[in-house]
Design a protein around this ligand. Sequence first.
Ligand code: BTN
Length: 297
Amino acid sequence: MSPDPQPHAASTDRLPLDTARIREAMAQHGMGELGITTSTGSTNDDLVQRAYSGNLAHLSVESTEHQQAGHGRLGRGWETPARSSLAISVFMAPDPGFDSAGLPWLSMLCATAMVQTLQEDADVAAGIKWPNDVVAGGSKLCGVLAQLVATPNGPAVVVGAGLNVSQGRDELPVATAASLRTLGATTLDRTALFTGYLRRVAALYTSFSTVHGDASAPLPGLGASLHGESLRAVIARNMVSIGHAVDAHLPDGTTLHGIAEDLGDDGALLIRDTAGTLHRVLAADVFHLRRSDGTYA
Ligand code: BTN
């Protein structure tokens, strides 16, 4: 992997998604319906609207070629140039045996599926920055946003992922953002990345559902590579925040400085402060601190 010196994306990179290929892959993985629009405000909003009907099939997907008013975490926006990126929202309707304590894990489950896709299919050394940003080389290339939906059939979750694919540097919103292009990934094929991501989301969700949403239970049926790890363990293994010196900007306006030690059994980030006290952080903007030589602490 070597960074692409090209600052601008070539328009030939911006091919439309192959809807037929995605629909075929979804059928293979036992997923629901697919909607892909030419342009929309937010794929999460679109899927939440469809979920209210009560008729939306589990693991249905909404995407768009051009998201113009997407939602990010903490009230931020998420907009990308047409056909430069992926905006994928997945509807998860847990069955009645699924423990509601498992619901908050679904966004990290999707971040893990994205990390696996980028590592295995695009040769990008991606990891999760708590809670569910996907980063590589210290830069963010994918954000994940989950929304709880009260459907007529019970609580469900829409999880949206936005992946920067072919943006050049001048098309990224902040200096700390990256795209697969700027990272020199081995592929910018959005359809292949889309299907790779959905396959892993479906596999992880199905396994997690088999253990009724218990994040500490060994995940069945995912092959030898996971060695019977729990979802919590798989996420923690892929979480680059763990072991890092961090600043956590908390909702009350204060900043907690310490070392991120582990992931709690409720998904909290466990941070030990300089006085040795362990804190469970459930909501924060986390910043990884660099050493003065530019490498991570
Ligand atoms: C973040 O702030 O990091 C989360 C960004 C999530 C963006 C995705 S793109 C698809 C889906 N639709 C939205 O409106 N947001 C999410």
